[in-house]
Design a protein around this ligand. Structure first.
Ligand code: ZN
Length: 480
């Protein structure tokens, strides 16, 4: 078993040396975001790169977002897309899909993003960026396009707001935030697109004390909220999830929460989303935690935070095929949503349980409420699908037809619980699924690739010494 640790490490070293000897590091792509004045409803984005394109290329805007499991047409909100070559600039020609043609010689682009149109048109709060009085909150993937083929290049980002406005980026969080402008970097397009920016006098940013890494709370509220209480729960959730995974493979973390007056009755709030180094929570204005909230509210918020924080490990840093590299133009068809969502949530349940008086009872209650109840009420035609098939179906309609999303994460969560039980039983409690997930996060960090479904049982066995392939097979089969 120890040999298996050593061999990949040696191969990794050889590959890394080879790469550094033969490949030039790609030049960064510069992004400049400008929100000129309070009250504006658009932001201007400028991109620049060197050397000039040597052949015709394409500017691409995301239509799919990591773990969005659906389509978000952010290209619909770009205005005045211009291609720049040297001193010359001219309108970029729109092509099919979320693309604009870039001629050979192009050195940059500029465009505006209409955030007011975006917030009106996109009905799910967790997929929106927005401008409100004294506030701008934006998701990276709704702002940043990329040049096809540049996805692995690092990005340098300058964010400029109105002169007196605090400006905050989840790529390099600061409390209090910088005023007027901030410069940050991202190692690749994924990290840039999966970041958020927040600015304005009505944003409040806090650094929460005493976690293994700096944890920040960025808040914008149009309703009452007790931020001390939210901050305490955020920190507790982060601490418990970090304890579960044992190591924190990122430098900082931000929870971004907005309490919003609904734009129309058709707009949906109460949604959360996970990102590489942050999580976002978009609630109705009246849904904030206050002094009047009860213990049940605290428990619900604590688990919701833990669930989305846990995704920074699973699947953001341990994932099946299709999660990374990510296909931005069209939602990828994924075989392993049950792992990403089910195992991620199960990890959060066990992490939170560890801080309760009776962890086994807490776990049992959550398995019943979060997973078994959903399986019991799922439509038979979906239960009859093999789990991989259900995952593929949910890949493009997880939330839109939540019967698919709910069942795929519930079956995955119950698989995780069954594997955990098997490992604990066979090792007399010495090992658990936690060891397998920690091993997978390390393995993914070394290998820098997705695991295949065929590899998963062997990886779990390497981590725990227990063969769980029969349990996995049982849960991958159609349900009775
Ligand atoms: Zn989730």
């Amino acid at each position: 078993m120890r040999l298996k640790f050593i061999i990949p490490a040696v191969i990794g070293l050889v590959v890394a040396c080879h790469a550094s000897a033969s490949a030039q590091p790609a030049a960064p792509v510069r992004y400049d975001i400008r929100y000129a004045a309070a009250g504006d409803t658009t932001v201007t984005v400028t991109m620049a790169w060197t050397p000039p394109l040597s052949a015709p290329g394409a500017l691409v805007m995301p239509r799919a977002i990591p773990m969005g499991y659906g389509e978000q047409r952010y290209d619909a909100f770009l205005r005045d897309v211009q291609a720049v070559s040297g001193e010359a600039r001219r309108p970029a020609v729109r092509e099919e899909g979320p693309r604009w043609r870039l001629d050979a010689g192009t050195t940059g682009v500029s465009y505006r993003v209409d955030l007011a149109a975006l917030e009106r048109t996109v009905k799910a709060a967790s997929d929106q960026s927005r401008v409100r009085d004294g506030y701008l909150g934006a998701l990276g993937y709704s702002l940043f396009a990329f040049v096809d083929g540049f996805e692995s290049r690092p990005a340098r980002l300058h964010i400029g707001g109105p002169a007196s406005w605090p400006v905050f980026s989840t790529l390099a969080p600061q409390a209090p935030p910088a005023v007027g402008a901030v410069d940050v970097e991202a190692p690749d397009y994924y990290a840039l697109a999966d970041s958020q920016l927040v600015m304005g006098p009505k944003a409040e940013v806090r650094r929460l004390a005493a976690a293994p890494i700096p944890v920040y709370l960025a808040s914008y509220a149009e309703g009452p909220v007790d931020l001390d209480r939210v901050g305490r729960l955020a920190l507790t959730a982060f601490q418990r999830v970090a304890d579960y995974f044992g190591t924190v493979p990122f430098a900082h973390y931000t929870l971004h929460q907005e309490l919003l007056t609904p734009l129309t009755p058709e707009h949906e709030y109460g949604m959360s989303m996970e990102h590489l180094g942050s999580s976002t929570y978009y609630l109705a204005a009246s849904a904030g935690l206050t002094a009047a909230s009860g213990a049940d509210d605290d428990a619900r918020v604590l688990y919701n935070f833990a669930h989305h924080i846990a995704h920074a490990w699973v699947p953001k840093r341990a994932y099946g095929q299709g999660y990374f590299p990510f296909q931005w133009e069209l939602a990828p068809v994924l075989d392993s949503i049950w792992f990403a969502e089910g195992f991620g949530q199960y990890a959060a349940i066990v992490a939170v349980a560890a801080g309760t008086p009776d962890p086994a009872a807490f776990r049992e209650g959550m398995l019943q409420r979060r997973f078994r109840a959903n399986v019991a009420t799922a439509p038979p035609f979906l239960k009859r699908l093999p789990l991989v098939e259900l995952s593929r179906v949910a890949s493009t309609r997880y939330a839109e037809d939540f019967r698919t999303g709910r069942l795929v994460f519930s079956r995955g969560g119950l698989m995780a619980a069954a594997i955990d039980d098997r490992i604990r039983r066979e090792t007399g409690g010495a090992k658990s699924l936690r060891d397998a997930l920690r091993f997978l996060v390390d393995w993914t960090g070394r290998e820098r690739r997705a695991f295949t479904l065929d590899e998963l049982p062997a990886l779990v066995r390497d981590a725990t010494g227990v063969d769980t392939s029969a349990v996995m097979d049982e849960w991958l089969r159609p349900l009775p």
